[in-house]
Design a protein around this ligand. Sequence first.
Ligand code: 5RP
Length: 236
Amino acid sequence: MSSDLSPIDKAKFVAAKRAAQFVTSGMKVGLGSGSTAAWLVQCLGERVRVEGLAMTGVPTSRRTAQLARDVGIPVMSLDEAKTLDLSIDGADEFNGKLNLIKGGGGSLLHEKIVATASERMIVIADASKRVETLGAFPLPLELISFGWQTTKALVEETLIGLDVLGRTASLRMNGDAPFATDEGNYILDLHLHRIGDPRQLSMIVNQIPGVVENGLFIDICDAIVVGYGDGRVEVT
Ligand code: 5RP
């Protein structure tokens, strides 16, 4: 399957295929969202169909839930599963401390809830997602739609006191309308360029009324499976 892929898709595919090997029979597994996680779901579906792997998936988005069902993975909600053995998800950036920016696809809230409920979280990513310092990728904040412009102004004001390089924020759009998450919330993308203290930023923005969650995953990820365009895989 992987011979026809572009180098970037091959890197995502090999990372996903390797991570799928961490799933063993009887596990309840959080299934992430995005293009790398979609490869994971395909690989796990193949293991379910071909090897008879007995696993249950807890999807982090409607799109992942649909794909999981399509490839034959039994799914349940987090409330049915309660706790998970493992979650496997993509990331927009990761650093050497295994801290992440997530939410490029807008599923950060469910992804963080699911990853936190899991005994282990493994990230799958192509090597371009590795950074020295988090922040080149815009940091997504999930906001409730009520009063979002007031919340945005408060977020921008709060950023003035924090160790970041940029301080602009833009509402994520889907054509002419605001992008809506699976919860019906909005996404505010923060263009920070460099985040000096991700832990502090994460705690402070989550205190602002109207902010539901942010895309920084601090001390949540346990291992990263990095794929390369030539088919190599590294586990860190
Ligand atoms: C979605 C996410 C994704 O995992 C992240 O955006 C990476 O996506 P991709 O694998 O398509 O590069 O956090 O909310």
